[in-house]
Design a protein around this ligand. Structure first.
Ligand code: IMP
Length: 206
């Protein structure tokens, strides 16, 4: 049977990796109070889990950015829709990104943040689609290297759907999903199992 999506990173692997990232961040920022910033909406799930693994007196804040063009293609034209409320001047800033693809969004964000004279700006990306990178970027903390496939779940969407999937799924056929954006709705109730064949349930002689 052909599947519409497969689990690329399961919830347990994500949980374990975020624990490790939190441990690294806690150690590296010992004695400091970084501001963790997330880019809405995708990064909100990651930040919610990451911040509880960072055992420091952190602040959190959110930015919202709008991209021009199709959601599945980064067009490199972005603008701030919601800005930070925290003043990052003199603070250590850590951007918690769900996924870095071409890197255009993040390089724009870093430029904006650096113009506000923070003490430092670093990036923690859950997924790094490094093969797609256009703008070279230093990513200090990476959760997983991500193959060049379209992924949904754990905050990542397709046309605003599927952010609430607890696992990260790789979409097998993006054009099929574009034709029917509800294609993966069954996955919201759990990853469907293979359809049982005619022999299913029958005892086998060994
Ligand atoms: P970049 O500017 O190309 O690095 O784009 C980063 C943004 O594109 C991410 O924050 C996501 O919102 C979106 N994006 C990139 N790849 C995917 C994907 O596979 N699934 C869902 N969103 C993605």
């Amino acid at each position: 049977m052909s599947e519409d999506a497969t689990v690329l990173f399961g919830r347990e692997d994500i949980r374990r990796r975020i624990e490790e990232l939190g441990r690294d961040i806690t150690g590296d920022y010992e004695g400091r109070a970084p501001v963790l910033i997330s880019v809405l909406k995708g990064g909100s799930v990651f930040l919610a889990d990451l911040m509880r693994q960072v055992h420091l007196p952190i602040a959190i804040d959110y930015m919202s950015i709008s991209r021009y063009g199709d959601a599945t293609e980064s067009m490199g034209r972005v603008r701030i829709v919601k800005d930070l409320e925290v003043d990052v001047g003199g603070r250590d800033v850590l951007i918690a990104e769900d996924i870095v693809d071409t890197g255009l969004t993040l390089s724009y964000l870093i430029t904006v943040l650096e113009s506000r004279h923070p003490a430092s700006v670093e990036v923690c990306a859950l997924l790094d689609k490094s093969v797609r990178r256009i703008t070279p970027l230093p990513i200090r903390y990476v959760g997983f290297d991500c193959p060049d496939v379209f992924v949904v779940g754990y905050g990542l969407d397709f046309q605003e759907r599927y952010r609430n999937l607890p696992d990260i799924l790789a979409v097998q056929d993006l054009s099929a999903l574009s034709a029917d954006p509800d294609l993966l709705v069954p996955y919201l109730k759990g990853v469907p199992r293979a359809v049982p064949g005619p022999d299913a349930g029958r005892e086998r002689a060994t």
